[in-house]
Ligand binder design. Structure first.
Ligand code: IMP
Length: 206
């Protein structure tokens, strides 16, 4: 599975590695480079843009308006920004923040870091996630939001890693299904870095 995606990426005209951003010594200083992995592009920005427009068209068709969009911070901020601008119907936007990750692995404990600010009762809610891995974060967030009595609750995730699922969560829309690799870019981070990469890339050891 991993190989299939890698080889299709390697034959793509977009195939590339992002600059690792390794810390370089000041000119004239004799320090070694501090090595950082160079993320390998899996999903180039243009491919994501096209898929976001397809998702928006499907959501516009299915979901009554006004839509209430809730983005999951921090990883989904780029996806939310692109998705809401591709949606045609009237909508409102709010954010929620949860955390379960340390480095490249999940702790299994989901913590609510920041709640939404607007009431949900009677609203048609679209929860926007960056990536669903074990599903534990999404399960906790869906339970939390359902308890606030929205009229409907749908979920869209840009990325889905179904091979690592531990919770049976419902995903209404998925951008891309990916293998079990750690990815960064397009809002996703490793230790707070790489969120500004325009596409999604695999962070592999060199
Ligand atoms: P889950 O609870 O295991 O489904 O994890 C979901 C959260 O973990 C996501 O919202 C991300 O913040 C983070 N996460 C999972 N996989 C990755 C990854 O490959 N790269 C960056 N963050 C990830």
């Amino acid at each position: 599975m991993t190989r299939a995606i890698r080889s299709s990426v390697m034959t793509s005209p977009f195939a590339a590695r992002y600059d690792s951003g390794a810390v370089r010594p000041a000119p004239g200083r004799r320090q070694a480079l501090i090595p950082m992995p160079s993320p390998r592009v899996l999903l180039p920005a243009g491919l994501i843009e096209a898929r976001v427009h397809e998702l928006a068209a499907a959501i516009d068709r299915d979901v009554p308006t006004p839509l209430h969009v809730i983005g999951v911070l921090t990883g989904a901020f780029v996806f939310v920004a692109d998705l809401v601008r591709a949606l045609r119907g009237p909508l409102t936007v709010d954010f929620i923040a949860a955390s379960s990750y340390a480095g490249t692995s999940t702790s299994g404990q989901v913590r609510l870091l920041q709640d939404t600010t607007l009431p949900l009762d009677g609203r048609d809610v679209l929860l926007v996630e960056d990536i669903v891995d074990t599903g534990l974060t999404l399960q906790a967030l869906q339970d939390h939001l359902r308890a606030r009595a929205p009229r409907s609750l749908r979920t869209v995730a840009l990325l889905d890693k179904p091979s690592r699922r531990r919770a049976g969560v419902r995903l209404d829309y998925v951008g891309f299904t990916i293998p079990d690799v750690f990815v960064v870019g397009y809002g996703l981070d490793y230790e707070g870095r790489y969120r500004n990469l325009p596409g999604v890339a695999e962070l592999a050891d060199e």
